[in-house]
Structures are given as structure tokens and as C-alpha cells.
Design a protein around this ligand. Structure first.
Ligand SMILES: [Zn+2]
Length: 223
């Protein structure tokens, strides 16, 4: 299976990658392993025209060294903070102090707060979907690049890699990926997931289901 995957990537004009919740730290996988797996993926994609989208909010693609112009994180990240009230222009990059605070809060299981909004005085929180009023301006520029890139995939040899996606926000990755693969005559589709690996009936001849945790799978050496 790994050999076929490498062959398809090598053969493809474009590669669309979705990174799912299996890449968020849990009891089963550490952050180190998730980063290592993504670095392996990055090596596979070297020199190719690809785009990566993730529903993770842990900035793990950046940590693995993916270039900012090839990734989009529509659920947010740990790079930016925003006002709880979503005041205009309230988005700011986390300072070094904020990062220290974030680390401490994550260790203690507390919700991080980063001072007060200069406009309304409410708390500043991480810019992600868990904010009560999520400010989507944090990812919109990359989203525009991504949708433009997607429009250019039709009639091209497209390899779709859906790695570790569960049913969190299926409208961001799972459903649109299936649609893109369905309408592209030259597409191949790899779905890697420990639990939700089943392929839709209409994608059976384009798709390969791999019933395995995607971090384990990427780190396997059996090529
Ligand atoms: Zn505010």
C-alpha cells in the first residue's frame, strides 16, 4: 500500500492533503510523533505542487516545517489571539509572554487568556473555533489561495490524501474532498484512518481505504 501511495504521489500533477484530528495530541499519540509523521509527509511532497488543509488548531503543520503559503487552518491556530467580542482589527500575534502563558495553561488544563482587548477591554483569547465569536479573518487570506488552487485541479492528475479525519467539521475536508475526487476523472483518493476508513460507494474505483492510524501509517518504513 505504501509503495502504491508513493507511486501515485510521484505520478500526480497536484496533491491535495487533509490533516485530521488524529494529529492532535492524545493518549495514543504524542506531539513529537505527530510532527515526525508530518515531516515524513513533507519529504514525500518535496518538489510537488500541493496544498494542505487541516481541522487541527495546534499549529502542528507549521511546527513540522510546512511553508505558510501551502497550508490553511480554517479552525484556527496557536499563533494568533483575538478579542472575545471579535472587535474589528483585534487580531494579534502571540507575544513571547503569551506563549509562556499558553504553555502553562495547556499543562494545567486551563483556558488561556492574553490580557485585554485595546478596543473594548474584554479578554483576549486564542483565535480558533472554540472562541465564543471566532474571528475568521485569521485564515481568510490562505483560504482564498486554497480555493483558487482547488479550482485549478480539475482535469489535472490529482492525488487526494485524507489523513486521520474524523467527522469533526466534515464540510471542511471530508465532504469537499470526496466531491473533488468524484468530479475529477484522473483523481486517486487515499483515506487513512484507524476507525472511519470506509470509502463512499461512488469513489470505490478511485479510492483506497487504509484502516490504520495515519501517524503510524506515515511512520511505517515498509516501502
Ligand atoms: Zn474587543
Amino acid at each position: 500500500m505504501k509503495r502504491e501511495y508513493i507511486e501515485k504521489i510521484t505520478d500526480a500533477d497536484l496533491i491535495l492533503v487533509g490533516i485530521g484530528k488524529e494529529f492532535e495530541t492524545n493518549k495514543y499519540q504524542t506531539e513529537e510523533r505527530a510532527i515526525e509523521a508530518l515531516q515524513t509527509l513533507k519529504e514525500h511532497l518535496e518538489g510537488k505542487n500541493y496544498y494542505v488543509i487541516t481541522v487541527c488548531t495546534n499549529s502542528i503543520l507549521k511546527q513540522a516545517g510546512f511553508p505558510a503559503e501551502r497550508i490553511v487552518c480554517p479552525c484556527g491556530n496557536v499563533e494568533l489571539k483575538q478579542c472575545t467580542n471579535k472587535c474589528d482589527e483585534s487580531l494579534q500575534v502571540l507575544t513571547i509572554e503569551d506563549r509562556k502563558k499558553l504553555e502553562k495553561c495547556l499543562n494545567n488544563g486551563e483556558e488561556p487568556r492574553f490580557g485585554q482587548c485595546p478596543v473594548c477591554g474584554k479578554d483576549m483569547v486564542l483565535n480558533n473555533v472554540y472562541a465564543s465569536q471566532y474571528d475568521e479573518n485569521g485564515y481568510l487570506e490562505n483560504w482564498k489561495l486554497y480555493t483558487k488552487w482547488l479550482q485549478g485541479t480539475l482535469n489535472k492528475k490529482l492525488c487526494v490524501l485524507e489523513l486521520g479525519m474524523d467527522l469533526t467539521y466534515p464540510s471542511i475536508i471530508r465532504w469537499p474532498f470526496e466531491k473533488v475526487a468524484y468530479y475529477n476523472q484522473k483523481a486517486v483518493f487515499f483515506r487513512v484512518n484507524a476507525d472511519l476508513y470506509h470509502m463512499a460507494e461512488e469513489l470505490k474505483d478511485k479510492g483506497l481505504s487504509i484502516a490504520e492510524n495515519s501517524i503510524d501509517w506515515l511512520l511505517e518504513k515498509d516501502i
